[in-house]
Design a protein around this ligand. Sequence first.
Ligand code: AMP
Ligand code: ZN
Length: 137
Amino acid sequence: MAQDPDCIFCKIVAGELPSLVVAEDEDTVAFLDVNPATPGHTVVIPKDHHRDLLTIDDETLARTTAAARRVAATITERLDVVGVNLLNNCGAGAWQTVFHFHVHVVPRYAEDPLRLPWIPAPGDRDEITATHAALTA
Ligand code: AMP
Ligand code: ZN
């Protein structure tokens, strides 16, 4: 296993920090978030250290995503939810605080306080066209 000795999630994988594990397989582990957005908020990680979405290899990403989906299914089965959000924060500017790739699985409840973090509204056509050109040129 590739580990970073300074990484708190690697320490969880190594058993050096406590965690409440809800699922585990050869490549991944899922444990409850200590600052839950809602009850059952789970973090799903690869056991190997990968900094973020842009540096993790495709196969490990696929295994971690599949594990996150299994956690979402368990949450849907066992908790009184109305839905589940999967979230990845990539980069400090995008809310990432632990630099070991992870997927948040956030159970959603009727009347919970979470809100979409943007306000849907029609975009500026020129800006959308310019961004399309920047992404495809
Ligand atoms: P992010 O901000 O996307 O990097 O998410 C990191 C998440 O890890 C946050 O939701 C933290 O609450 C959570 N977290 C940090 N340390 C621990 C820990 N020791 N056990 C469980 N969750 C943790
Ligand atoms: Zn790590």
